[in-house]
Design a protein around this ligand. Structure first.
Ligand code: CUA
Length: 371
């Protein structure tokens, strides 16, 4: 190997190793913040140490034999006598690993079944819809929908049903458990199955795939208030890496306040304000083809309902948007997003509508008011 290649490989390895020292890394499975993540952690630790012991013994013996029987200076370069077959040794190193694996399997299988069980008691049920490339959270009992941020109360189990949702433009949309469609059996408007995603909040639960045509479930719970970072961890297209989300855990009172705000209609802008102009742009432009704002009506007097895009009723109450990749409080990011979404997030299905700088200013003002 050339010296330079060696140097580059060495530095790369060092960088990977050093990244383990980051103090404020989110998405840390080794810092469980709820009972489900703790159960996984409690399984991981003993299995890890058993694996370490096996590694030390096997590598230790290997090194010992290699060093002990190495060719020494002055010895002839001949091959030593070859030994083949030792029943006792071979039976031993077959049975011992089998016993270790069987021992590890007992807590592993128990944990798998424990985690797969539907939680009982006062459970919060949320439908999680994975879009390309953002997450929608539908609370059927509470009658609210959010995007990119899953808000939960602490100390209460949350049972999520995961559905993969297409772009909303497919020819043959299929009803799913998450969005069963109208009662007459017709498919829900503009919902089609998409690609495989995977839902993961490392500090709160294990990971579960989101598969088109199938509803998977996962239980999670947070014991301390906080903001926990989540990520889609199955390659799902161009902006897979930007398909993040956050779980925001509140105290029960904080959650009740949040819920009450989410259930309210959107704030109406002051007549004549820039924000009111923004609302007009929103209503008369292309925005309402995909986005909902609860409480608004279109020119025909119909409610502005979502059609594949995130519900924006309380947009400014969220910290992040566009797959939790951009910050709602950052006016420049918001303006740049409205100007040309795909330039910021590769493959974005929100088109560049050629909005003028004035229209963008007004829309930003309107969105900022949707608290
Ligand atoms: Cu969704 Cu990766």
């Amino acid at each position: 190997m050339r010296t330079r290649t060696r140097l580059i490989l060495g530095l790369a390895a060092l960088a990977v190793f050093a990244s383990a020292c980051v103090s404020d890394a989110s998405q840390d499975t080794l810092r469980p913040e709820g009972p489900y993540a703790e159960q996984i952690y409690d399984l991981f630790v003993p299995v890890f140490w058993i694996a370490v012991a096996v590694f030390v013994v096997v590598e230790g013996l290997l090194l010992f034999i290699a060093l002990r029987h190495r060719r020494r200076k002055g010895q002839p370069a001949s091959i030593p006598p070859q030994i083949h077959g030792n029943n006792r040794l071979e039976i031993g190193w077959t049975i011992l690993p089998a016993l270790i694996l069987a021992g590890v399997a007992v807590p592993t299988v128990t944990t798998i079944f424990d985690l797969a069980r539907e939680p009982e008691g006062n459970v919060l049920e949320v439908n999680v819809l994975a879009h390309q490339w953002w997450w929608e959270f539908d609370y059927p009992q509470e009658g609210i929908v959010t995007a990119n941020e899953l808000h939960i109360p602490i100390g209460r189990p949350v049972y999520v049903t995961l559905c993969a949702v297409g772009l909303g433009y497919e020819d043959q949309p299929t009803p799913s458990v998450c969005q069963p469609g109208p009662p007459d059996g017709a498919p829900p408007a503009a919902i089609g199955d998409g690609v495989i995603h995977s839902f993961w909040v490392p500090e709160l639960a294990g990971t579960q795939d989101v598969v088109p045509g199938q509803a998977n479930t996962l239980a999670l719970q947070a014991d301390r208030p906080g903001r926990y970072s989540g990520q889609c961890k199955e390659f799902c297209g161009l902006s897979h890496a930007y398909m993040k989300f956050a779980v925001v855990a509140h105290t029960p009172e904080g959650y009740a306040d949040w819920l009450a705000n989410q259930q309210a209609d959107a704030a109406m802008p002051e007549p004549g304000s820039l924000s009111a102009t923004g609302m007009d742009v929103f209503l008369n432009g292309q925005c309402i083809a995909c986005h909902a704002v609860q409480g608004l009506e279109d020119a025909n007097g119909n409610p502005v309902a979502a059609n594949g895009g995130p519900d924006l009723t309380h947009f400014a109450s969220r910290e992040c948007f566009a797959g939790c990749w951009l910050q709602t409080k950052d006016r420049e990011e918001l303006a740049a997003w409205l100007d040309n979404p795909a330039a910021i997030k590769a493959g974005s299905w929100m088109p560049d509508y050629g909005l003028t700088p004035e229209e963008i200013d007004a829309l930003v003002a309107y969105l900022e008011g949707l608290t």
